[in-house]
Design a protein around this ligand. Structure first.
Ligand code: ADP
Length: 260
């Protein structure tokens, strides 16, 4: 019967139109969310280098600081300013990730060298909190990764290890490899995360204890950013934790192309 068929076709078309409109508004929601998340990331990620800049500027301007020390602090402020500019560029790229315009520039890298660079950057903050930081990685461990982005991953994870640990504890970064995988782990002896919260820690804006996290300058984006970057490398990032014992973040990567 033609009439019935026509009726069904019209319904199908209306249905398709309704689906199209629904998915369009979902896309628009996603864009709106991406923009909001992007703005939140800016404030989160800019806070850390700004803290260093302000700290060193304060010390440099004390009357009892010698000229030699002043030069030293100014050099650090310049470096931090440069890394801040770099961070802003990276944050723009993070926003682009939501629009699939993310570019990663992979190169074959010594994991041990990467660890040492990052450890050098975070060490003042660790020393200040009397948390010892140890690096364990054979010199021949290499990964095919974007150096700047992976530096950001490690900075975010180490920043958490420091923030959520007490004085006198230890944080350990370990790098290892087999024929096809590179494994990176960051372990701390900090407060840990309750089991019920663990599935959500990589979600954007998720914080286990909001007041405590904010007190540490956290906005719940550090691990989300780390996850985006690791996954854009085809890798996996996982977290294990036990309250009162500590937390371990593990990253697994394919060793990738052009193994030296
Ligand atoms: P934040 O900026 O708040 O630290 P993250 O995305 O980096 O956000 O982490 C999400 C939440 O997971 C944190 O708010 C914190 O509650 C918890 N968390 C992350 N890493 C650790 C850790 N090493 N020890 C304890 N809690 C952690």
């Amino acid at each position: 019967n033609n009439n019935v068929k026509l009726h069904l076709d019209r319904n199908d078309e209306l249905g398709e139109l309704a689906n199209a409109i629904t998915s369009l508004s979902t896309d628009l929601d996603r864009l709106k969310n991406a923009r909001n998340e992007f703005l939140a990331s800016i404030s989160h990620e800019l806070r850390t280098p700004l803290t260093y800049i302000k700290g060193y500027a304060d010390i440099a301007s004390r009357p009892d600081t010698s000229d030699g020390e002043k030069q030293e602090y100014i050099a650090i402020i310049r470096e931090e300013t440069a890394s801040l500019a770099e961070l802003i560029r990276q944050l723009f790229e993070l926003a682009q990730l939501d629009h699939h315009q993310f570019s990663i520039k992979k190169e074959r890298l010594s994991v041990d060298m990467l660890f040492r660079t990052v450890a050098g950057l975070v060490r003042p903050a660790f020393d200040e909190k009397k948390i010892s930081l140890s690096v364990q990685c054979d010199a021949d461990v290499t990964a095919f990764i974007d150096p700047e982005r992976f530096q950001q991953v490690l900075l975010n994870v180490l920043d958490n290890a420091r923030k959520y640990s007490q004085e006198g504890t230890q944080v350990t970064i370990v790098g290892a490899q087999d024929e096809d995988k590179v494994m990176i782990s960051v372990s701390d002896e900090g407060e840990g995360i309750p089991e019920k919260d663990i599935p959500y820690v990589f979600d954007r804006l998720y914080r286990v204890d909001k007041s405590r996290s904010r007190q540490h300058g956290g906005s719940g984006l550090g691990l989300a950013i780390a996850k985006e970057i690791v996954e854009s490398h085809g890798g996996r990032i996982m977290l294990q934790s036990e309250p009162g014992i500590g937390t371990q973040v593990r990253i697994e990567l394919e060793r990738g192309d052009s193994i030296a």
